[in-house]
Design a protein around this ligand. Sequence first.
Ligand code: F0G
Length: 457
Amino acid sequence: MEFHTIIEPFRIKSVESVKFTRREDRVTALRAAGYNVFRLHAEDVLIDLLTDSGTGAMSAAQWSAIMQADESYAGSRSFYRFESVVKDLTGFAHVIPTHQGRAAERILFHTVLKPGQVVPNNNHFDTTRANIEVEAAEALDLVIHQGTVPHVIHPFKGDIDLAALERLLDDRGDLVPLVMVTVTNNSGGGQPVSLENLRGVRRLCDRHRKPFFLDACRFAENAWFIKLREPGQAGRTPKAIAQEMFSLADGCTMSAKKDGLANIGGFLAMNDPAWAEAARNLLILTEGFPTYGGLAGYDLEAVARGLEEVVEEDYLRYRIRSTEYLGEKLIAADVPIIRPPGGHAIYLDARALLPHVPPLAYPGIALANQLYVEAGIRGVEIGTVMFGMRPDGTERPGPMDLVRLAIPRRVYTQSHIDYVAEAVIAVASARAGLRGYRIVSAPKTLRHFTAMFEPMA
Ligand code: F0G
C-alpha cells in the first residue's frame, strides 16, 4: 500500500497558546501601530507570517544541545562543533560566526567594498541591499526575466541572468569586487536557483577572476527544489546537493535564523585567508571574539544541530509541500500569487489583486493591513515601501508589489494553514473595498520597518 498524505515529520512536545482578538481590537491596534504591521505587539497577532526568520520551533535535540554548551569566551567546545558542521556542509576554510545574517553582510561588505563599486545578485534582499548602499556602492539585481513576472511558471525563477552578468563583467568588471547569488531568492518569491545556473556563475567568475559568494539563508530549501526539479538530481541527498552548491562558490553569508533552524545566529564563511583575516578583525571590533561572534555558546550548539536537521529528507519534503499546499488552495480560488509557490513563503501579488491601488499608494500595505484586521494574520509587504526608495531620495514603484506570507519552520499545523487560506480568499473577494495608504513619516534607509502610514480617503 502507498499513502499520499504528507504528514508533519514530528510530534509536538511543548505548546504555546495563541491569543484570539476581536476585529475592533485589531482595528485599534493597527491604528496605534501607524498602520505598519511591524509595529504591532506580536501578542495581538493570531497567526504570525511576518517572517520565517528566527521564528521556527527547535527540536528536543537542539534544546538538549543547548544545555551541553560551553560558554568559554575563547576556544569554546561549542564553537569547534559549530565550525566542523559548517565546514562539512560548505567546505569553506574560514568560518566566522555572527549574530545573524546582516552582521555577516556588514562585515563582508565593509571589508571588501569601495565607493562606486557594483555587487550583482539575482535579487538582493533588503538588508543586503542596504549594507551595500551604505558603503556608497551599487546593489544590482540581475534575476532572469521570468523571475520578475509573478504568473510565469519556471522551475528555477531564482536563476541569475548569465548574459546580463557577463555583460556587466565585460563592461564594468573592474568595479565588481564579488558576485552574489541568493538561494532561494527571497525578494523574488522564495524561488530556487539551479545547479546549472550556479555552475554558469562559477565559469564567469573564473574567467573574470571574481570571487563568488552565496547568500545561503535558505540553502536546504534550494537543494530540495534542485532534487525535485533539476534533471539528474532526483537520486541525490539534499545534503550532497547543498555541498555541491557551496563547492561552486568561494564563500557565503548565512542567516542561521532560516535554514539553521535556530532563533538567532549566522556566519560568514570563505576560502580567501586575507579577506577572512580582515573580516575577523572587524568582527572583534563589533561582534565579539572569532570563536563566538556575538553568540552564546548555546546558540552555536543550536545552529550546529539545526544545520544537520535541516537537510533531512522527511523534513524538507514536509516543509516544501506545506508551503505548496497553501499556494494550491489560493491558486484554485484565483488569488494571484507568485507561481510556482516558493519554499518558505507564499507571495500574494497585491499589484494584480488591487489594480485600483497604484504602486505609490502601496497596494501591499493595503492588503497586509486588511489581512490583519479581518483575520489576525500578519504578513509583510515586499514591494514599493520596501524597495521603492532610491539612494538619491526619490521614490519609484518597486519591482513588484507583494505580500509575503512566510511560514515559520515546524510551528503551524495544517488547520492553521487552512484558516490562512480561507481568510486570504475572503479578503481577496472583498478587494474592491480596499484603499491605498500614504506615508506620514519614514526613516531614510530600510523605511519599511518603522514607517508610519495613514489610509487614503
Ligand atoms: N539575506 C536574505 C535572503 C534574507 O532573507 C535575510 C533575512 C537576510 C539576508 C538577513 O538575515 O535577518 O539574519 O540579518 N530575511 C528575513 C526575512 C528578515 O524576513 O526574510 P538576518
